[in-house]
Design a protein around this ligand. Structure first.
Ligand code: ADP
Length: 194
């Protein structure tokens, strides 16, 4: 499955929880990039200039990285992918990866929240963790890119009938409960709660 949501919607947190409940690996492109940046790898050096500006890392880098990650053994039984695809070109690329591996998407979960809430959450996170892309102008740019590019990704999956939308406002546990109920509905089988 995929989890899609604007920056600050809590998709990383919920992806981890879904991964535990479903017993499949959570894969976050943002986390993979940040690990490369921290490790000072060539990919990290390339990615950091885009990330710090709130821009998308180019597809030439991102697509290949996702393909490699999904080809690892632990993704063979399914996965929760967080942060990819963000553009319709990435949707096409993911379709090709999955077709080659004879895998199919079960659910695409969209977490929603309004921009005012997202900006306030991200500014709070900036004070706590100092993520280099959490300052107000970069936050607004990341939100703009979400509206301009990633909403079209959501529309694509809605057209395929596999989109589930969940309100991301509220306590973390409440959102998890909603998410698990929603996934269960789409899959046609209940997913165990806490
Ligand atoms: P957020 O959703 O809060 O912006 P992420 O941790 O998901 O945070 O992503 C951080 C950054 O990593 C993005 O701003 C972007 O620069 C890069 N990134 C992550 N996923 C992708 C992707 N699918 N395509 C291009 N860039 C990406």
């Amino acid at each position: 499955m995929l989890i899609i949501g604007p920056p600050g919607s809590g998709k990383g947190t919920q992806a981890e929880r879904i991964s535990e409940r479903l017993g499949v690996v959570a894969i976050s492109t943002g986390d993979i990039f940040r690990a490369h940046v921290k490790g000072g790898t060539p990919l990290g050096v390339e990615a950091t200039r885009y990330m710090d500006a709130g821009d998308f890392v180019p597809d030439s880098v991102t697509n290949e990285m996702v393909r490699n990650r999904l080809s690892q053994d632990d993704a063979g039984n399914g996965f929760v992918l967080d942060g990819y695809p963000r553009t319709v070109a990435q949707v096409d690329y993911l379709d090709a990866i999955l077709a080659a591996g004879e895998q199919e998407l079960g659910v695409v979960l969209q977490l929603t929240a309004d921009d005012a809430e997202l900006v306030s959450r991200l500014l709070g996170r900036a004070r706590e963790t100092g993520r280099s892309d959490d300052n107000e102008s970069v936050i607004r740019h990341r939100l703009d890119l979400y509206h301009q590019q990633t909403e079209a990704v959501v529309a694509r999956y809605a057209g395929r009938g596999i989109l589930a939308q969940v309100d991301g406002i509220g306590g973390i546990d409440d959102v998890t409960d909603r998410v698990l109920a929603c996934i269960g509905n789409v899959l046609g089988a209940p997913v165990d709660g806490r």
